[in-house]
Design a protein around this ligand. Structure first.
Ligand code: F6R
Length: 606
């Protein structure tokens, strides 16, 4: 989604804006622009395409200079990617950058046209810029407050007023925005990586708080101008965490960071060999008291929820419903104050997941979020937060965030099962110990990369392929399939292996490779029959299974074997070859692995 950076300080801001925007590239964008206050005039440069296109345009049209400016990367929603639709928008006296969607922009546009305004772009953002101009009375804070009273939707806004050449104004609601406090000046930014090079200290702006930044001060007030004291946060991510560190892509780096990410995430939640989620405020008494558990999330995070469902139901014997967040809110789910709604999100800003959280709260449920980004909207809005400690995930395709989400699902299942006396203390300890062994096991299987690279070379020309599995393997195969299609653009589908012969097997030819995940010992024989069904119909089959699986020379064209663990834990190992296969297929196809087309890292619109 769109990215915002702004700087006001003691030095020229142009390079800082471009550098900050480059750190937000991972969010996804298709155009970029900056506005800089130069000699009390607002100067704008913007361009369709990548940041390199913007800098090339600046070379041509003249480089901007100034110590106060705002910048933006746009992920098109209203209007195609184009120079005109790029941000900043505005006129000679007001310039804005915007992240989010203004839902009532059509009505506002009609109103402004009646007032004599004309529009050059198709964006909802230009409406906000013109509305600011319409209400402008010489006082930026009053003007912003009036505009906020008129607009509906989500927004993070960075605003320059020509009459206040050394100030940046900012406001947000349902779209993230932080204020970075550095030695040489102050920043606004959509996310921490944009400011890490200059500072780790930042304020989190709450909904409809208006911030005024000068080079040496930041003041925040509400829309009635009451001052607000902000608490200073210090990022525990360092700059290296947001750099590639010698890897070709962030995705590869993040796959390799999984052992550390899991270790860091589970360590504080295990006490004396037993799961311990109480540090988050979720006591055993609370945990076992809920009538129903919902897990609500999008994409990869939802897939983590599916594994959670299997594990919780198997161990704790508690029914769990997993919902895609964008469906949950419109299907009138039955939620009561006796239910627990778990929201999973890496970014903590996903619009549909956030809306599901609000719905759960309105209905009185206890809300618990599993979130990676500290202080994000979903974390702040939840009754209980369990932070995953994956560090910044920059690649659009989620890998390490998925691994840590899974580890929290396991801990939750162990704790709940033990609290409900569905498993003994001994069993709980055994499972917890297996989870603690996962980081080392993953470390060992990271060497599978060459095997997976070879398999990728066999898949690279496929037009479409099928993932199959049963039980936990099926849940995991959904994530494998998503990973492959989102970064390699090869169509793939994930299917419950036993369901194939009810229709989908008619697709099988020798041009339809199949990836079968068969790590579940109790289901192996059944999955093996399904593997044989597709292989005998010509499909080239890659099988991901355990070491020592019998018969393993003949049933697969390609085999990836994993160390033996409890069936329940196998997804935590099998995720690695699936990520590698997707990664190397995309690399071999020459795709932009970290920034796949049309995708955004943080999906802050519905
Ligand atoms: C896929 C991917 C997405 C996200 C989804 C939810 O690799 O990253 O499917 O998982 O957009 O995002 P978060 O976890 O930020 O809520």
């Amino acid at each position: 989604m769109c990215g915002i950076v702004g700087f006001v300080g003691n030095e020229d801001c142009v390079d800082m804006l471009i550098d900050g925007l480059s750190k937000l590239e991972y969010r996804g964008y298709d155009s970029a622009g900056i506005a800089v206050m130069d000699n009390k005039q607002i100067e704008v440069r913007k361009s369709k395409g990548r940041l390199a296109d913007l800098t090339a345009k600046m070379e041509k049209e003249g480089r901007l200079k100034g110590t106060c400016g705002i910048g933006h990367t746009r992920w098109a929603t209203h209007g195609e990617p184009s120079d005109i639709n790029s941000h900043p928008h505005g006129n000679k006296r007001i310039s804005i950058v915007h992240n989010g969607i203004i839902e009532n922009y059509r009505d506002l546009k009609a109103f402004l046209i009646d007032q004599g305004y004309s529009f050059v772009s198709e964006t909802d953002t230009e409406v906000v810029a013109k509305l600011l101009d319409y209400y402008y009375d010489g006082n930026p804070v009053d003007t912003i407050a009036k505009v906020i009273g008129e607009i509906r939707g989500s927004y993070a806004l960075g605003i320059l007023f020509r009459d206040f050449p050394d100030k940046i104004y900012a406001i947000r609601k349902d779209s993230p925005l932080i204020i970075g406090i550095a030695k040489n000046g102050n920043f606004i930014a959509s996310d921490v990586p944009a400011i890490l090079k200059y500072t780790k200290e930042y304020y989190l702006l709450e909904a409809n708080e208006i911030a005024t930044l000068t080079k040496d001060s930041v003041s925040v007030c509400d829309i009635h101008k009451n001052p607000i004291e902000k608490e200073l946060n210090v990022a525990d991510w360092d700059l290296d965490a947001a750099e590639k560190g010698g890897y070709e892509h962030f995705m590869l780096k993040e796959i390799n960071e999984q052992p550390t990410a899991i270790k860091t995430t589970i360590a504080p939640r295990i006490s004396e060999g037993m799961p311990y989620l109480e540090e988050s405020g979720m006591t055993k008494e609370m945990l076992k008291g809920y009538n129903r558990i919902y897990i609500v999330a999008c994409g990869t995070a939802m897939h983590a929820g599916l594994i959670g469902k299997y594990v919780i139901e198997k161990l704790a014997k508690v029914e769990v419903t997993v919902d895609i967040a964008s469906e949950f809110r419109y299907r009138n789910p039955i939620i009561t104050d006796k239910d627990l709604v778990i929201l999973i999100s890496q970014s903590g800003e996903t619009a549909d997941t956030l809306a599901a959280l609000h719905l759960a709260k309105e209905n009185g449920a206890t809300t618990m979020s599993v979130v990676n980004v500290k202080g994000s909207s979903i974390a702040r809005g939840s009754d209980i937060v369990v932070y995953t400690h994956a560090g910044p995930e920059i690649s659009v395709a989620s890998t390490k965030a998925y691994a840590v989400q899974l580890s929290i699902m396991y801990l939750l299942a162990f704790e709940l099962a033990y609290a409900k006396e569905a498993i003994s203390e001994e069993e709980c300890r055994r499972l917890t110990k297996e989870l603690q062994e996962i980081p080392d096991k993953i470390q060992d299987i990271l060497v599978l990369k060459e095997r997976c690279q070879f398999i990728a070379s066999r898949l690279v020309n496929a037009e479409s392929l099928l993932y199959i599995g049963r039980g936990l393997d099926y849940a995991l195969s959904m994530e494998g399939s998503l990973k492959l299609k989102e970064i390699s653009y090869i169509h793939s589908e994930s299917y419950a292996a036993g369901e194939l012969k009810h229709g989908t097997i008619s697709l099988i030819t020798e041009d339809m490779p199949v990836i079968a995940i068969a790590t579940q010992e109790n289901l192996f024989e059944k999955t093996l029959s399904n593997i044989k069904e597709v292989k005998s119909r010509g499909a080239k089959v890659t099988v991901i299974c355990r070491e020592g699986t019998k018969d393993d020379k003949t049933f697969a064209n390609h085999l990836v074997t994993l160390p033996n663990m409890d069936d329940l834990m196998m997804p935590m190992l099998a995720l690695v070859p699936m990520q590698y296969i997707a990664y190397y297929t995309a690399v071999l196809k020459g795709c932009d692995v970290d920034k796949p087309r049309n995708l955004a890292k943080s999906v802050t619109v519905e």
